[in-house]
Design a protein around this ligand. Structure first.
Ligand SMILES: Cc1cc2nc3c(=O)[nH]c(=O)nc-3n(C[C@H](O)[C@H](O)[C@H](O)COP(=O)(O)OP(=O)(O)OC[C@H]3O[C@@H](n4cnc5c(N)ncnc54)[C@H](O)[C@@H]3O)c2cc1C
Length: 373
């Protein structure tokens, strides 16, 4: 058994750490939130240095690497800054649906642009009436000659309004029972007529026409493809959470070694030391399970139980560690300038998106309990 990163993985970690240290700063992190803008300059630089789409093969402008390398980058970026890190890591969100299931034509057309920082991608799965349960959908696509015609509304779409294309799940067969077998995944370019951004994250489709060749994978297999995509993306969300927890821990540690109360550094109180011990242990455990899940995926093994455990544990860790970090900074922890309150907010979303933690627990329970006779 070998828990060490390879030489080239260590180099990627060093490069990601140095890039984030040199480029990310808290003023920049607050800007996108205020202006609802994507940090385009830094995203472009990250892409130029090869940090986007490392898991694509070289013919699609990737580096032919795996989910472990993607995890290293997400871990380092989010530890430096949970907000900017998250934005860059998910600039290629859902492009894996094309990578794993798309036609050669779709791969050639879209993946290189994502890896090169020319296109932002995203997945439009959630609807106002269908969040955790996407086994039946209100968004529909009807075939008309050599086109699909889409109607419906998606919500909470990452990069919504800014993305260049939306991997959209929709009902292509409304009569099908069970309904999930009538769901397909269709790529919709942002400039298609009828596609409307109602707010930063809500997208409506009004008679949006796309060619039938925009179907990703097989008709009627959309839900299963998205579930397979979740098996991969849970690992990346776990990595995001891991970095976020690590970043909150780093800030708290630096603070308690400086701040004095009652004539001593706060780090000299045993209570503080025990808190730091617990926080560091949780971060380490999250790191172990996240990297194990990434490594397992790269071995070609799909294990929804393990990826669910990684996401569930790492996201809980991030929330708990960020919470304790705020506590250790006292009133300053609540102030924007000290960042840990932002890390807390960024930690919390990892327990909600790419399925809420309750759904992960269902998946884990199904695997450990098995059939009950
Ligand atoms: C910042 C952000 C970014 C997002 N990005 C995207 C994106 O890019 N694309 C996209 O499609 N969606 C995205 N989402 C949506 C996200 O995936 C959904 O919010 C999530 O799936 C939950 O759906 P919901 O909010 O409708 O909650 P609901 O499904 O209504 O669930 C609410 C709560 O009910 C509980 N619950 C639900 N079902 C069960 C169950 N079976 N058992 C036990 N408890 C349950 C859970 O506690 C859950 O948190 C994003 C959301 C946010 C906030």
């Amino acid at each position: 058994m070998d828990f060490a990163l390879t030489k080239s993985q260590k180099e990627i970690r060093k490069a990601a750490r140095e890039f984030a240290k040199g480029e990310f700063n808290k003023d920049l992190a607050l800007e996108p939130g205020k202006k609802h803008e994507f940090p385009r300059k830094i995203w472009k630089k990250a892409a130029d240095l090869g940090f986007i789409g490392v898991h694509y093969s070289e013919e699609y402008s990737g580096q032919g690497l795996g989910v472990v390398e993607n995890t290293i980058i997400a871990d380092e970026f989010c530890a430096r800054d949970s907000t900017i890190g998250g934005a860059i890591v998910f600039s290629s969100y859902a492009s894996e649906c094309i990578l794993r299931f798309g036609s050669e034509e779709l791969k050639q057309k879209f993946l290189p642009s994502v890896a090169e920082g020319q296109m932002l991608s995203t997945g439009a799965f959630t609807e106002p009436g269908h969040g955790s349960d996407i086994t039946s959908l209100d968004t529909s696509a009807v075939r008309d000659g050599d086109e699909w015609v889409l109607n419906g509304t998606k919500t909470f779409v990452t990069n919504g309004g800014m993305a260049d294309f939306y991997c959209t799940i929709c009902q292509t067969d409304t009569e099908c029972q069970p309904s999930e077998r009538g769901i397909s995944l269709i790529l919709v370019e942002a400039d298609r007529k009828g596609l409307c951004m109602m707010s930063t994250a809500e997208i409506s489709y009004k008679d949006v026409r796309v060619p039938t060749s925009n179907l990703i994978g097989k008709e009627g297999r959309g839900l299963y493809q998205v579930l397979a995509f979740f098996d991969e993306i849970r690992i990346l969300v776990a990595a995001q959470a891991l970095g976020t927890g690590q970043g909150a821990f780093n800030r708290a540690l630096a603070y308690v070694k400086e701040r004095e109360q009652f004539g001593r550094k706060i780090a000299q109180f045993q209570v503080t030391q025990h808190k730091l011990s617990e926080m560091a242990t949780k971060v380490e455990l999250a790191r172990l399970i996240t990297y194990k899940a990434a490594w397992n995926f790269d071995q070609g093994r799909i294990d929804p139980k393990l990826t669910s455990m990684a996401k569930m544990y790492a996201s809980r860790m991030a929330v708990e560690v960020a919470d304790e970090a705020i506590q250790l900074l006292g009133g300053y922890g609540y102030m924007t300038e000290y960042e840990v309150e932002r890390f807390y907010r960024d930690a919390k979303i990892t327990e909600i998106y790419a399925e809420p933690k309750e759904i992960q627990k269902d998946t884990i329970a199904r695997a450990v309990i098995g059939k009950i006779k």
